[in-house]
Design a protein around this ligand. Structure first.
Ligand code: URA
Length: 210
């Protein structure tokens, strides 16, 4: 599946707030939280096999309803910036598992290196992964995260991202045609320091007021 750029006006509006350099850290976190939960609610519609039927009684009648079977859902925030997208999603799926991963970019080579991997050791056919990575610049970090989840045995992987560069989009669509990337916007330029332009700056620094 391709990179899917949302058409949701609410997401676009929150992204505009996040892009603005006058936006302070608290407002920036609110913007990323809202972008995360709105993109997550779009992505979850593409995930198959997550609902279960159940009979309940309303005050008036017995009826059949559907629930999300949250125990199959893994939310994967990529540290640090991915944490900013987590709070709203946790309210939507409080029983989902949260598996943190951390990679840092070597500032000279721009290569990603692991420092934390809390991915599960065992998964089932129904395990479904939602990776929170606000900025996909070179595609190096997200490629490594996807590869580790694929090695676990899953292709039910959905990427939730604020901004992706045009060059990362091309690479990822070619490398992972079975994975969908739900993004707020696609930016044209990746500068020599690995920043997305116009972008929104360093998402981790802005979220954590550094
Ligand atoms: N990570 C960020 O936080 N911002 C960019 O522009 C690129 C990677």
């Amino acid at each position: 599946m391709p990179v899917i750029k949302t058409k949701n006006d609410l997401i676009e509006s929150w992204l505009s707030i996040a892009r603005d350099k006058k936006t302070n850290s608290e407002q920036f976190r609110a913007a990323m939280e809202n972008i995360g939960l709105l993109l997550f609610s779009e992505a979850i519609n593409d995930a198959k096999g997550l609902t279960a039927k159940q009979h309940i009684k309303t005050p008036l009648k017995k009826t059949q309803v559907r629930y999300l079977d949250q125990k199959h859902i893994y939310i994967i925030p990529v540290l640090r910036a991915g944490l900013s997208m987590l709070p709203g999603i946790r309210k939507l799926v409080p029983e989902a598992k949260v598996a943190h991963v951390g990679l840092y970019r070597n500032e000279n080579t721009l290569e990603a290196h692991w420092y934390l991997d809390k991915l599960p050791k065992k998964i089932t056919k129904r395990s479904t992964f939602f990776v929170l990575e606000p900025m996909i610049a070179t595609a190096g970090t997200i490629t490594q995260v996807i590869q580790r989840i694929v090695i676990l045995g899953s292709v039910k992987i959905f990427i939730i991202s604020g901004l992706i560069s045009e060059s990362a989009k091309k690479k990822l669509e070619q490398k992972f045609p079975m994975i969908s990337f739900h993004v707020a916007d696609i930016d044209p330029i990746l500068n020599q320091n690995g920043y997305i332009v116009p972008g929104l700056g360093d998402a981790g620094d802005r979220a954590f007021n550094m």
